[in-house]
Design a protein around this ligand. Structure first.
Ligand code: HEC
Ligand code: HEC
Length: 218
């Protein structure tokens, strides 16, 4: 059993090294889903380290992943290895599970993106991004593209430039309330093609869209 676990960890490490050179494969949306499945028990829904298992681990508490001054000292490689369980003991004391035994490298990269978001983003992930994704694919992708890059098929037939929600610098300047406003009311002017969804989507649905879009920029 021990031998098998070591082998699995080695295999995951090889996959991880191959993937970590490809930053574009990171995806905070996937990281968000994995986080809510595996990490939330200890680190808590908002990443502050106060999940339901936090008090069952003895003295060592789960790290507060929203603590920017602490977390920014970690490189992406540090975070990858801490999550994978291959970081040296000076970095971590061993209470954190070794996720390399269960989660392949590409998904660990996605977790790194989401952990970054937890301490870097000024804005929270609001609503239910999973619901938001479905609405997005049905309602928004014709113009914005399935990946939110602003390259949907309607850009071939109409002279418009839908926003690129994966543009991190631009998205960092847009508050959640600004996004809510644009999606609710659309944009105005003869060359504005962004429709308002006040009549057709509920406030909850629009919140979920904002949560989903926010994740696309990490
Ligand atoms: C069983 C509880 C538990 C679970 C589940 C858990 N962690 Fe942890 N985590 C910890 C503890 C405890 C620490 C404190 C580190 C130590 O042992 O020194 C920690 C530390 C960390 C750190 C290091 C922060 C730093 O820089 O100091 C990161 C990053 C992290 N966890 C990410 C994750 C991710 C991502 C997941 C889900 C895949 C996860 N953790 C799941 C308990 C947990
Ligand atoms: C008919 C095409 C079209 C559809 C459908 C559409 N958009 Fe847009 N959207 C645009 C265009 C074009 C812009 C750029 C502003 C403009 O031209 O008015 C834009 C801008 C935006 C912005 C502003 C971002 C910024 O950088 O200021 C957000 C947010 C947005 N859209 C979200 C959505 C969401 C969410 C949906 C689905 C509910 C959606 N859009 C559906 C065309 C569209």
């Amino acid at each position: 059993m021990k031998y098998f676990k070591q082998y699995a960890l080695m295999a995951a490490m090889v996959a991880g090294v191959a993937m970590s050179s490809n930053a574009a494969a990171s995806n905070a949306y996937e990281g968000y889903q994995l986080y809510n499945t595996y990490c939330i028990f200890c680190h808590g829904a908002d990443g502050k380290g106060d999940g339901p298992l936090a008090n069952k681990l003895g003295k060592k508490k789960p790290a507060n992943l929203t603590d920017a001054s602490r977390m920014r000292k970690r490189t992406d490689k540090d975070l990858f290895q801490i999550i994978q369980g291959t970081a040296d003991h000076a970095k971590i004391n061993g209470k954190m599970p070794r996720w390399g035994l269960a989660i392949p490298g590409p998904q660990i990269n996605s977790l790194v993106s989401y952990v970054r978001m937890l301490h870097d983003s000024k804005e929270d992930v609001i609503g239910n991004p999973e619901a938001g994704r479905k609405i997005y694919e049905n309602t928004c992708s014709a113009c914005h593209g399935v990946n939110g890059k602003g390259d949907g098929i309607m850009t071939n037939v109409l002279p418009m430039e839908p926003a690129d929600h994966t543009d991190a610098a631009k998205m960092a300047k847009l508050s959640n309330s600004k996004l809510l406003n644009v999606i609710t009311n659309g944009t105005r002017g003869p060359k504005s093609f962004m429709p308002g969804y006040k009549g057709s989507l509920s406030r909850d649905e629009i919140n979920s869209l904002v949560g989903y879009i926010r994740l696309l920029s990490y």
